[in-house]
Design a protein around this ligand. Sequence first.
Ligand code: ADP
Ligand code: MG
Ligand code: MG
Ligand code: MG
Length: 415
Amino acid sequence: EGYRAFTPDSLRPWLASLPALAARLGGSPQQWQISEVGDGNLNLVFLVDGTDGGVCVKQSLPYVRVVGESWPMPLERAWFEYQHAVVAGPHLAGLIPAPLHYDATLFASVVALLRPHRVLRGELLAGQRYPQAASAVAEFVARSAVHTSPLAQPLEAVAGQVAGFAANLALTRVTAELVFADPFEALPRNRWTSPQLDDTVAALRANAPLRAAVAELGHRFLTRREALLHGDLHTGSVMVSADDTRVIDAEFALYGPVGFDTGVFVANLLMAYFAQPGYSDSDAAHSGYADWLLEQVAVFWQHFARRYDALWAAHASGDAWPQRLFADADGQAAFAAGRARRLADIYQDTLGFAGAEIVRRITGFAHNADFERIADPALRARCEQAALALASELLLQPQAFGHIGAVLARAQAQA
Ligand code: ADP
Ligand code: MG
Ligand code: MG
Ligand code: MG
């Protein structure tokens, strides 16, 4: 009722009718430069440059953009993305674009335009180094994980948010199916580098312990409501400039296990690494770029672990782990040990979810440009095969990876 998909021509007068946005853009509406850049799977995204400032308008379509009207998708996802910025935003200053406006009829959210930022995945494909990106994304996850959880909030506040995001059903179902089920079924929407990986895919599907490991993670994803997650934290959901990193595209937001966000990000760094033999004639290949990519996995995890521990210790005012019970010296030691156990738990989840994410990106519906851009299918298949080998180990023998260094060593051995 009243919904219409924007075009650059219809967006202009709409923006002009909203005084705060028009003032932010500056000048007259005719001077605003509008381009539609949606490069993702789902939505319309317009970048608007005014004479004074810029905005980014993201609007839901009633179907999956990459597929078309044959795959309908409810419009509400724009609201959940905006709501993520409202709920977690106060704790994420400088790590997400500022939310500016939401329209419930048009299912459109407006956030600050990021300039001169570029999408991290594309930058990694181009062999660029962003030394602060991995720790900034880790900071994003650590702050979200502590501040939106009952470690830092009264249970009533958390319960309200859990209930609100539990309604993000359409995209939660996308994850439940695409990540935790589809790769193990014969479905027309699945694809892989064929015929090179046919046997590998058949072996994955025939492996009941592997199916069970992924199913167990899927159960955890749907039942462990530890904190507000981003829900789609791949390298295409991160925008970077030389000195600034922002996380975008939180439309999959839900309460879930923290290790899902860390695992997806780790998986996407690992896939960038495993894709490197596909780019061996680039300049980056000669300057240790693959090693740098792999190092970012450790930078990410170590920053996350350090900050999660410190933020929890500093903001433990929620109903979980009530601090009045741990004020004495023994209590403090027990609290520190509890934090360490919790991090060990998130670490194990991270390994498993990383494995599941790698499997689904190589054998399921939505693939990564990292591998897709390797034109020679035989070369691409070798890169993907190596990534799948590590993924299987992460899923089947997570206890073999006692610390993040073991993951890096194993990745190097497989590549
Ligand atoms: P989708 O959900 O369809 O994947 P995204 O939120 O990822 O949409 O946005 C798609 C693209 O739009 C991004 O890859 C990026 O290039 C651009 N973009 C998104 N948000 C901003 C922003 N705030 N500033 C500048 N560009 C943006
Ligand atoms: Mg996106
Ligand atoms: Mg998206
Ligand atoms: Mg592929």
